[in-house]
Design a protein around this ligand. Structure first.
Ligand SMILES: [Zn+2]
Length: 332
């Protein structure tokens, strides 16, 4: 009995869905939505208007990156994921720049890197820039037992990129008043844990020393690194306060005012040598880092094989993504 009812209901639903499908083709907005759903391989995504950040979509973008395996420079997964990021950006903007480079890692290995840049409203002189790194660490060297394994990189790399891909999708759907650049740095995490901090962040250092856009002068920059893990907390990181204190206050005030004070903590954190350090010191663009680091460190999953989709929390993605959206769409 239940089955018969179920089959009948299913039949009606199939007819309704077919009907909706035809309407979608005629409606450009719904049609765009349909493309997005296919793109992110998540049929449960509900499209929301202009300034609403969609955490389901960001999550799907992280999951997609993970499907390539670890994104270790010189690996097939790295190349395939880079190609995917470029082609995805090209759906959202005509202006995508790929900066290819070779960088020598501390191990002596020459890494083939690509910094991937997506520009929105490129002629607008009033602009900001958002950063993340898209490579993942080759060694889970947080513990001796796992150091020969790679880091899967759902959070460390994947989360920042996932949020920025979703913002790119939103910027195409609802252009902002300001110009926005999104820059995905490569070769961030191939550094020497026992050595110089400069052994990390090879992509951002190359970009700062070899500017691909002449006379580049955005008002400020925001770096996202490890912005998707459960129980994340974002303190006001030290170099961010040193080089861009007003931007730290602006972003934290926006986050707290948007109801995300549980994640954006109004307290000072230690300095972390991350990509923003080189953006500040070499490219001289005041840039902050939103990074999950509390007094007990970067989280238990950091640089371990546990950095996988299990630790990604959509409410954290929402807190970070919506804060950025609220900032972007109110900047004049
Ligand atoms: Zn890392």
């Amino acid at each position: 009995m239940k089955n018969r009812i179920f089959v009948s209901v299913l039949f009606v639903l199939v007819i309704i869905s077919c009907g909706k499908g035809k309407v979608k083709v005629k409606d450009p907005i719904l049609d765009t939505n349909k493309v997005n759903v296919v793109d992110t391989a998540d049929t449960n995504i509900t499209h929301t208007s202009g300034t609403q950040f969609n955490a389901d979509s960001a999550y799907a973008f992280i999951s997609k990156q993970m499907s390539f395996g670890p994104r270790i420079p010189n690996s097939t997964g790295h190349k395939n994921c880079g190609d995917y990021l470029i082609s995805t950006f090209k759906k959202y903007t005509d202006k995508v720049i790929v900066q290819s480079f070779n960088a020598t890692a501390y191990t002596g290995t020459v890494l083939k890197g690509r910094n991937i840049i997506a520009r929105f409203d490129e002629k607008n002189p009033n602009r900001i820039v958002l950063f993340a790194h898209w490579d993942t660490r080759p060694f889970a060297d947080r513990t001796e037992a796992t150091k020969s394994q790679p880091v899967p990189g759902a959070d460390d790399g994947g989360s920042g990129v996932g949020i920025l891909l979703e913002i790119a999708r939103q910027l195409k759907a609802s252009p902002a008043k300001i110009g926005v650049d999104i820059i995905l740095f490569d070769c961030e995490d191939y550094g020497d844990a026992a050595g110089r901090p400069e052994s990390y962040c090879l992509g951002s250092q190359y970009w700062a020393k070899n500017p691909p856009i002449p006379a580049y002068g955005p008002k400020y920059g925001i770096l996202l690194d490890m912005v998707g893990a459960r129980n994340a907390s974002f303190l006001k990181e030290g170099f961010s306060r040193q080089y861009a204190a007003n931007i730290v206050d602006k972003v934290w005030n926006t986050a707290i005012g948007s109801g995300y004070g549980a994640y954006f903590i109004n307290a000072d954190g230690e300095p972390v040598t991350d990509d923003h350090y080189f953006v500040n010191t070499l490219a001289k663009i005041p840039t902050i880092d939103i990074i999950n680091k509390s007094s007990s460190g970067f989280g238990n999953h950091w640089h371990t094989p546990a950095d996988n989709m299990d630790i990604i929390d959509k409410s954290v993605l929402k807190a970070v993504g919506q804060t950025l959206m609220n900032l972007i769409y109110t900047e004049q």
